[in-house]
Design a protein around this ligand. Structure first.
Ligand code: GTP
Ligand code: MG
Length: 244
């Protein structure tokens, strides 16, 4: 297994340096995908350029989180990596859990290793409810409980399978990306493992999640996935029945 860390970034200038220093402790190459960030963030990234083990790709204009992760996965796969640990640039994920994620990927290299968030009391309540809905829909779309949390961005992607899924399917470029790629990887036969990890919602934290726009996009994506599940239902039920 040859893993790298993949960090998509859009304007998280205050947190990226800390995140990079936290993930660098694990001695894995780090690929940052700058998704058309503003000049202030670009200046911080320019300071990081040349840091040992860190490379930075710049996308212009902004594509959205999914677009940035897809570009990073294709790049990492092209550079010979087999796995990418995706972690956010806003410091919400616990980098110290990276070894747990890697151990799960190592034990089952073909699996998608998903983080399952342990929320603190600081989580916005509206987000929690929306999450439960997404979770139920993903269980319906996969006819299984395999995917613990479809929205959490802290995960390990098996790159060969992920790049194949990106090539084969149209997958959303924005916040619809995380659930959609998880479901489509599952549909393509990829096993899924879930690892619990705390998530923080620091006060004044920068989130570009837009309640109306992103929820609408996510609703449309879920509708497509429920329709996509229908012809796959026999195969999905068979898989569930024959699972060990
Ligand atoms: N929102 C957003 N994030 C992007 C984009 N491109 C890359 N990202 C990165 O994707 C990661 C997730 O973005 P967040 O806005 O924190 O999304 P989230 O964590 O799902 O939402 P919150 O739970 O509200 O923090 C961060 O590392 C962003 O910097 C983009 O176009 N929009
Ligand atoms: Mg975030």
């Amino acid at each position: 297994m040859k893993a790298c860390i993949l960090i998509p970034i859009y304007n998280n200038r205050d947190t990226i340096e800390t995140v990079v220093s936290q993930v660098r402790r694990f001695n894995l190459p780090v690929l940052i995908v700058n998704d058309g960030s503003n000049a202030e963030t670009r200046a911080v990234l320019d300071r990081l350029t040349g840091t040992e083990g860190v490379s930075i790709m710049h996308l212009e204009p902004n594509r959205g989180k999914g677009g940035a992760v897809k570009a990073g996965m294709v790049e990492a796969f092209g550079r010979g990596f087999t796995h990418a640990v995706q972690i956010d640039a806003d410091g919400q994920h616990r980098a110290d859990d990276i070894p747990k994620f890697l151990a799960a990927a190592e034990a089952e290299p073909e699996a998608l290793v998903l983080g399952r968030p342990i929320f603190d009391s600081d989580v916005p309540k509206a987000r929690l409810h929306g999450r439960k809905l997404s979770q139920g829909l993903v269980w319906l779309q996969t006819l299984s409980f395999a995917i613990g949390d479809p929205l959490f961005g802290f995960r390990v992607y098996p790159l060969a399978a992920s790049v194949a899924v990106i090539d084969r399917y149209l997958i959303g470029n924005r916040m619809d990306f995380d659930p959609e790629i998880a479901v489509k990887l599952y549909w393509s036969g990829c096993p899924v493992r879930n690892i619990a990890s705390p998530v923080r919602y620091p006060e004044g934290g920068l989130s570009s999640f837009r309640m109306v726009r992103d929820n609408l996009r996510i609703s449309l994506m879920h509708t497509r996935l429920v329709i996509g599940m229908l012809p796959r239902a026999p195969k999905l039920l068979w898989r569930k029945q024959s699972a060990p």
